[in-house]
Design a protein around this ligand. Sequence first.
Ligand code: ZN
Length: 190
Amino acid sequence: MNPTLAEIPELFYSSETGTPIEKCLVCEKYLLDKEEYVIEKAFTNYPGVNTKDLVWEFAICTDCMKVQMNEYSEESERKMTEYFQEHMDFSYQNSLRTNQNFDASEWVSKCIIKGTSIEECAQFQISAQCLGNLMLFERTPFMISGEAMDEIIQLMSNETLDFFNDFRGKYFPPPEDLSPFFKERDFVLI
Ligand SMILES: [Zn+2]
């Protein structure tokens, strides 16, 4: 089945401007022309209260993503790839795509690894591949629950966790991170 491109949904817009994110977090290259990039956002959820806080959001171009990936330890990279291969279940994304359902909120409605519904996740990250001003509905968009993220973090070397923390500290220094509920060691580039 061919991947499908559709307009970037508001869920993945910049929370600051209310429009699609325009620049790569790292190299600040303009993205909305024909660049390939990934949008990632993390939220803290308050189950029962029906409210969620954005923890961070960014877009990163494929070139910068590759450079960042080289900073992982090889072992961590291998373990993360193995974990994803073993646990990611794309059957839900596939069925949505077969039904021509490109409602992003549906695509991220349950954890791609645990199957947990988004309302039950105390923390979660959403991720989507984009091309210029369009989003690729194929394997992404997807959501990863905090529970699965914790498992991934357990697999990472200290060196890799330090890298993630430095990355987060550089681009999202406190007090920009307004969520007191987000743990210190939490950031994973996926
Ligand atoms: Zn870049």
